[in-house]
Ligand binder design. Structure first.
Ligand code: ASP
Ligand code: MG
Length: 404
């Protein structure tokens, strides 16, 4: 079998853990498998590199930022190759350039376009365990790009798809996908399996188990994923197309604090204003999440929307520069808010779910600022300080601790 394994930063944080992971990789190899391993940067390395950059400039060039933060993964793969060799097995480390892992040109949030498999296949033919840097790619100018925070998951799944691997195992510091973050909700329960669609929502909702684009790719190429712990042998959660499990009304609840709200106030109530505003943001690659437009009154309306907190600065600057053209009287924002969401494949056919969620919020005395819904999720925007309370109240309301 050809197996792609991915180990996260905490799984390779120090020498002891590097050797533990090396032994696990060797186990898989000894069973006669071809093994390709994707690694993240050790521990907090990426954060530390970002902090170093910020000592120089709070808004450094994105190209140089990628050049800097991609180094963490290179350290990991080299150290892991050394550890495996030290234990007596053949290994080789490769970076994105050596593999030929091509992305578009969007620095700091690049998308994979094409992965060359020849070099990896040649190394596997030589019976090497192949260690590949996660998170990084190269663009058509041969410049280094990165795939966005936690992007190593996406590297692993894309590699599994490109190599037509039999299995893709994502090893992390939690032992699977839970009904809620167990650090926040004490009686959160591990799910045996979850569908791509639910996982996709959970991932993009800030349940930090998997990078959302990794799930998109898994769904598109039908790569069956297993999420499991690198610290124990517990069975993980399988992410796949259809779940045998009875369709749960709600599978999980997630909280996301990486949210900021912007309100553009007093915009002329004429056609084209929303178009102008959001095409402006799109042109600058700022993605918008929840959108709320007020009813026009006295010839004006307000448009509120949310963005990632890292994009707040750029979004505000952009809107202020174009305030006149957008006919906005004022622009206000808040970065003290959070998004709490529920996800469930059974939701689409069940009209009572939203009301149940709002009831939980009402009972907990939490005010809702914005709401958005889709086939498989409902999100509410609330004050950041109530995030944990809200998640617990909702988890309780839907009795997610109990297996069905
Ligand atoms: N090292 C990168 C990060 O911290 C990528 C990853 O961990 O997957 O975001
Ligand atoms: Mg990570």
């Amino acid at each position: 079998m050809l197996i792609v394994q991915k180990f996260g930063g905490s799984s390779v944080a120090n020498v002891e853990r590097v050797f533990n992971v090396a032994k696990r990789i060797i186990e898989t190899y000894k069973q006669g498998n071809d093994v390709v391993v994707v690694l993240s940067a050790q521990g907090d390395t990426t954060d530390e590199l970002i902090a170093k950059a910020h000592e120089i400039d709070l808004h450094p060039s994105r190209r140089e930022m990628d050049m800097l933060i991609s180094t963490g993964e290179q350290i990991s793969v080299a150290l892991m190759a050394m550890a495996i060799q030290k234990l007596g097995y053949p290994a080789v480390s490769l970076n994105a350039f050596q593999v030929g892992m091509y992305t578009n040109t969007t620095h700091s949030n690049a998308r994979l376009k094409k992965i060359h498999t020849e070099r990896i296949e040649a190394e596997l033919d030589r019976k090497n365990i192949v260690l590949v840097t996660g998170f990084q790619g190269i663009n058509k100018f041969d410049d280094i790009t990165t795939l966005g925070r936690s992007g190593s998951d996406t590297t692993a799944v894309a590699l599994a798809a490109a190599l037509k691997a039999d299995k893709c195992e994502i090893y992390t510091d939690v032992d699977g996908v839970y009904t809620a973050d167990p650090r926040v909700v004490k009686d959160a329960r591990k799910l045996k399996e979850i569908s791509y669609d639910e996982m996709l929502e959970l991932a993009s909702l800030g349940a930090k188990v998997l990078h959302n684009r990794s799930v998109e790719i898994a769904k598109k190429y039908n790569v069956e994923l297993v999420v499991r712990s690198s610290l124990n042998n517990a069975e993980g959660t399988v992410v796949k197309e259809v779940c045998n499990m009875e369709k749960m009304l709600v599978s999980g609840v997630a909280g996301d604090k990486n949210v900021a709200r912007i309100s553009v106030i007093g915009v002329e109530d004429t056609p084209g204003k929303a178009f102008e505003l959001f095409s402006l943001l799109a042109k600058h690659k700022i993605s918008v999440d929840i959108i709320l437009q007020s009813i026009g009154r006295d010839g004006t309306k307000d448009i509120s929307f949310t963005v990632d907190r890292d994009d707040l600065h750029d979004a505000l600057k952009l809107i202020k520069e174009n305030q006149e053209r957008l006919t906005a009287k004022d622009v206000v924002y808040s970065d003290k808010i959070a998004k709490v969401s529920i996800v469930g494949a059974g939701m689409a056919t069940n009209p009572g779910v939203a009301a149940m969620m709002f009831e939980a919020m009402y009972n907990a005395g939490i005010n809702i600022h914005m709401i958005s819904t889709s086939e498989v999720k409902i999100s509410v925007l609330i004050d950041e300080k109530y995030t944990e309370d809200a998640m617990n109240a909702i988890h309780e309301q839907f009795r997610l601790a109990i297996e069905r």
